[in-house]
Design a protein around this ligand. Structure first.
Ligand code: ADP
Ligand code: MG
Length: 238
């Protein structure tokens, strides 16, 4: 589903990605871990074309990343952000149907019916006509996930989806992600929730300083890492 081969990315003199490679199969859940500044968000942004790698290859759902394929790739991978990024002046339902109507050109009535189904799925059916500011962070993030699903993506990228939430709201969002995993959705999740990664992810990738230090089966790697840098990181976040 996703293949990243030796990508490099610099911002001026700051070499942020220094040869990153990994692959994700359809239906796999992969957690991307690493300290702040290690390049995790930049990797996700290169996967959906918000950033373009300086060199190396990115392939998503059978398409090679290029100027010509950019918009198709953006449509095929949805992103869920730490800060939700909902439109504040649109209702919950309007946030969910915006992409389907304006990007996928779906019929409004059908898009709204499906949007309500997706909101029901994340437990937000009764808040469809509220504005985001009236919702808790956890509720806003559940809407963010419904919005991502509304685009019928091949994969969903999560960038620290629970980091901005009150602790008592983290579980409700992780539970929805777990149900997506069980249904076979392809997920790449940047997270510091190690227990979640160990339990739900098939594989884990640990990055530091713009390189992949270690990757492997999630449970084994997060229980007994092979690299000292991975171990030090896990000792700090656990
Ligand atoms: P992480 O998500 O692991 O914390 P990021 O990918 O956000 O790491 O950032 C890695 C490095 O790239 C940081 O030093 C950050 O300041 C820098 N960086 C990220 N995006 C940009 C940008 N658009 N312009 C300049 N520097 C950036
Ligand atoms: Mg980040």
């Amino acid at each position: 589903m996703i293949a990243v081969e030796n990508i490099h990315k610099a911002f001026g003199a700051n070499r942020v990605l220094r040869g990153v490679s990994f692959a994700v199969e359809a239906g796999e859940v992969v957690c991307l871990l690493g300290p702040s500044g290690s390049g995790k968000s930049t990797v996700l942004r290169c996967l959906n074309g918000l950033e373009r790698a300086d060199s190396g290859r990115v392939r998503v759902a059978g398409r090679e990343m290029s100027d010509a394929s950019l918009s198709a790739i953006r449509r095929s991978v949805s992103m869920v952000f730490q800060r939700f990024n909902l439109f504040p002046h649109r209702t919950v339902l309007q946030n969910v149907v915006e992409g389907p109507i304006h990007v996928l050109r779906e019929d409004r009535t059908e898009a709204e019916a499906r949007g309500r189904d997706l909101l029901a799925r994340v437990g937000m059916a009764d808040r469809a006509d509220d504005y985001p500011a009236r919702l808790s962070g956890g509720q806003q993030q559940r809407v963010g996930i419904a919005r991502a699903l509304a685009m019928r993506p091949d994969a969903i990228l999560f960038d620290e989806p629970t980091s901005a939430l009150d602790p008592e709201r983290v579980g409700e969002v992780l539970q929805i992600m777990r149900s997506l995993a069980e249904e076979g959705m392809t997920l790449i999740v940047v997270t510091h929730e190690i227990a979640f990664a160990r339990e739900v992810a098939d594989r884990a990738i640990f990055m530091d300083g713009g390189t992949v230090v270690e990757q492997g089966a999630a449970r084994a790697m997060l229980t007994d890492p092979q690299e000292d840098r991975t171990r030090l990181f896990l000792d700090r976040v656990l």
